[in-house]
Design a protein around this ligand. Structure first.
Ligand SMILES: NC(=O)c1ccc[n+]([C@@H]2O[C@H](COP(=O)([O-])OP(=O)(O)OC[C@H]3O[C@@H](n4cnc5c(N)ncnc54)[C@H](O)[C@@H]3O)[C@@H](O)[C@H]2O)c1
Length: 419
């Protein structure tokens, strides 16, 4: 069984560009494929196609072994193809297969035309549990005219990374998850990761559908832990003589619980946590069950944001100014998708407040959702704001520690940034 040497990565976005560059940096020959000609041009020019820490350095180091194209058929010459294209959420909570199907079909047709055997198709995008087995593999079998596990192989291999930490997260993960159609494909992918990873992560191998369910369950568990801390914080806020940070520090010392994601803060957001947890609810419904734990996690998440907005409204009158600091969903990223800061700023504006916003990475340029607010370039200038009644720190950027807030202004700091 020959090792995998030539890799193709379909989708050169926030994750795919980092996968392609780090695979090449670690010694594999990599072909990046994207429908976005600008992303392809940038990779070929040795530039990072997206903003992500350490990506530009990885692309620079990988140059000799990294090339990109808009022509999917070129990937037939590679041993294995990774697909990391969007899989957007649908209104019912499931994830769309549309982008994956469009990305897979041309290479499947090219594999058929070349009469190639044993090509390995790897889905890294998050999918609805059951989608690979019921929708994607049957489409590949039809287009290739062969049987999965015999004429070609299929793996589901999602990555567990956080935006802002993708390169480090890819190279040194806790877990590599491989759902496999056949042992040969699983063995080859495992061998690839043993060469690629800088650490020695647990490599968990299972069926494709088990891996789909595992992927979203990791995020559902983490979000449950976050909602637990938010529920406790809201109770402690109303109970005299309590300090939520001391309480959680003590709880997390129990090794059965642990301290990770047990920090007092605000609602989770971003492109993965909220929708992955909602996908658990959808998946339960699909098999005739409900998922009350996942639903409660979501409900507490909404409640934590709404409670903070209500607390701010209680100390303002219409027309007063409120400053929302931290619009990104976590530090070190500009992404505002489903962020607590964005939700709260919108709610305060709807209730008649004048809302000024600040973030160290999100700007009106990279996050058009901020255009509806007045953008404060320098939070130190808060003291010049007229009728400023409340400041809400919604994302725990370190920079907020140093700010001197004007006297008489109520500061809400659920993350304890100023503590
Ligand atoms: N962003 C995250 O934090 C994160 C974390 C874990 C998993 N995921 C999963 O990873 C997937 C991709 O996320 P992302 O943030 O990198 O997305 P992205 O939008 O940044 O990038 C997707 C890329 O795919 C390209 N693309 C679309 N159709 C294509 C096609 N037919 N052929 C080739 N390229 C095509 C796009 O042009 C784009 O460059 C999603 O399914 C998501 O669920 C994302």
């Amino acid at each position: 069984m020959a090792s995998l040497k030539k890799l193709s990565v379909f989708g050169l976005g926030k994750l795919g560009a980092c996968m392609a560059a780090t695979f090449a940096e670690r010694g594999f020959d990599v072909l990046g494929v994207d429908i976005n000609a600008e992303a392809v041009r940038k990779i070929n020019a040795g530039e990072a196609p997206v903003d992500e820490p350490l990506l530009a350095e990885a692309v620079g180091k990988a140059r000799k072994r990294l090339r990109a194209t808009t022509n999917p058929a070129e990937a037939v010459a590679t041993d294995i193809s990774f697909f990391i294209v969007p899989s957007p959420s649908l209104p019912d909570g499931s994830f769309s297969n549309e982008f994956l199907m469009r990305a897979l079909a041309p290479i499947a047709q090219a594999v058929r035309k070349a009469k190639k055997k044993n090509h390995i198709f790897v889905i890294s995008s998050t999918t609805t549990p059951g989608a690979c087995r019921k929708v994607i593999i049957p489409m590949l079998e039809k287009e290739i005219g062969g049987k999965c596990g015999k004429d070609f192989s299929f793996c589901y291999n999602p990555e567990f990374i956080a935006i802002g930490d993708v390169v480090r997260g890819l190279l040194s993960p806790d877990l590599v998850l491989i759902g496999e159609s056949d042992q040969r494909a699983g063995d080859l992918l495992e061998e690839l990761y043993r060469k690629y990873n800088l650490n020695q992560p647990r490599i968990a191998r299972m069926s494709v559908t088990s891996a789909e369910l595992t992927k979203i369950s990791v995020n559902s568990y983490i979000t449950a832990k976050i909602s637990f801390t938010n529920q406790l914080r809201m109770i402690a806020d109303r109970l005299e003589d309590t300090d939520i940070h001391q309480i959680l520090d003590a709880i997390g010392s129990d090794s059965r619980i642990g301290k990770k994601y047990l920090r007092a803060g605000l609602s989770y957001g971003g492109p993965c946590f909220p929708r992955d947890n909602r996908l658990v609810v959808y998946t339960a419904k699909e098999v005739g069950l409900s998922a009350p734990l996942a639903e409660a996690t979501d409900a507490v998440n909404e409640m934590a944001k709404d409670q903070l907005a209500l607390q701010a409204l209680a100390c303002t009158k219409p027309g007063d100014t409120v400053a929302v600091l931290g619009m990104s969903y976590r530090p070190h990223t500009y992404i505002t998708e489903e962020s607590a800061g964005l939700h709260i700023a919108q709610s305060l504006k709807r209730h008649g407040c004048r809302v000024v916003v600040h973030d160290y990475a999100s700007t009106t340029k990279n996050s058009p959702s901020l255009l509806e607010f007045e953008y404060l370039a320098d939070p130190a200038k808060l003291k010049n704001e007229k009728r400023l009644k409340a400041v809400l720190i919604c994302c725990p950027w370190d920079g907020y520690r140093k700010i001197k807030f004007p006297k008489g202004v109520k500061v809400f700091d659920p993350w304890g940034v100023l503590a």
